[in-house]
Design a protein around this ligand. Structure first.
Ligand SMILES: [Zn+2]
Length: 315
């Protein structure tokens, strides 16, 4: 009698265990399937994943001047410098060492005649890529703005709105150091641009935006990150001054205008401890990250832009 009852108990026990196992497996399958769908949906999102910016500042300036001239002379047909650059990039397959000024002049001439030279390009897909990539970088560099003249009158004009990050009348030196090796923490390429100048030099915002982050980071030291209002550009200013890095009163979330002082050049960074000067030569490290999709913001696929020629063009 005892043996039979324990046999039944064992059967019951095995049945329960088996049921639990089967149920767990079913739940696992459902979760795994959903996750797979989510992951593949993520991978299928279409957005730009790579941009290289290698346009010489002289070409940037020439295209910029055509754009500004056409707006200020009140011509009926406006020239768009971003379209010029996308047109040339497509024509040269991205290799701007093929640049000829006559190509730019011919483009402008055709647009003024009411033609659309970009439509003559063979590779329309490539043109659209460059238009979006360059458009995202340079979108708000030119535009209408107001300023006060000597007589304190407000003047409305069209021109360069972006500001050099080192305040006017302060000198700096720089060279193209994008991609150079950096070894603090781990070996990685330099994803920004260094502008050497003395400690305390005011740093200004290149563009309008809002403060997304400010404080200490072991690489950048005292640093401030400003996101443009369209959320597509993240400007990163690092190694700010020890003790007094930021303009007093600034806090995360504040709106910033192009040209506003945001902080001061220093040598902080490369330290796990806060407020330490571990950078040998005082400089501003400035970086520009493009964000076509929010998933790119803090990921192994971040897109940082070489600012060397851009800084030249806006100084
Ligand atoms: Zn740097």
């Amino acid at each position: 009698m005892y043996i039979i009852s324990s046999k039944i108990k064992l059967k019951k026990f095995l049945f329960i265990i088996l049921s639990i196992l089967l149920l767990s497996f079913a739940v696992f399958l459902v979760i795994f399937h959903n996750k797979k769908i989510l992951i593949s949906a993520e991978n299928n999102k279409k957005f730009i994943k790579y941009v290289e910016f290698n346009i010489n500042y002289k070409i940037l300036k020439e295209a910029m001047n055509e754009d500004i001239k056409s707006h200020n002379l009140s011509q009926d047909i406006k020239i768009d410098w971003i379209k010029i650059l996308a047109y040339l990039a497509t024509k040269y397959g991205g290799k701007f060492d093929k640049y000829k000024k006559s190509d730019l002049k011919n483009y402008v001439k055709k647009v003024k005649n009411g033609e659309s030279p970009e439509q003559e390009l063979e590779n329309q897909k490539l043109f659209n890529y460059y238009l979006e990539a360059y458009g995202t970088i340079l979108k708000d560099f030119l535009g209408e703005f107001e300023y006060k003249n000597k007589n304190n009158e407000t003047i409305k004009t069209y021109g360069l709105k972006a500001r050099c990050p080192i305040a006017k009348s302060y000198s700096f030196s720089h060279y193209d150091d994008f991609g150079a090796r950096r070894t603090f923490g781990y070996s990685r390429p330099h994803l920004g641009h260094d502008m050497f100048c003395s400690v305390g030099t005011p740093v200004v915002a290149v563009e309008d935006g809002y403060i997304e982050i400010m404080g200490w980071n072991r690489f950048g030291g005292w640093r401030i990150g400003i996101r443009t209002h369209d959320k597509k550009r993240y400007w990163y200013y690092a190694h700010l001054r020890k003790d007094k890095p930021f303009r007093p009163g600034l806090k995360e979330g504040d709106n910033i205008k192009a040209g506003d002082i945001i902080g001061y050049v220093g040598r902080t960074g490369y330290s796990n401890k806060e407020n330490i000067n571990n950078i040998k030569r005082s400089h501003l490290h400035i970086g520009l990250q493009l964000i076509f999709d929010e998933s790119q913001k803090d990921s192994p696929n971040e897109i940082w832009i070489n600012l060397y020629n851009i800084i030249f063009a806006i100084t």
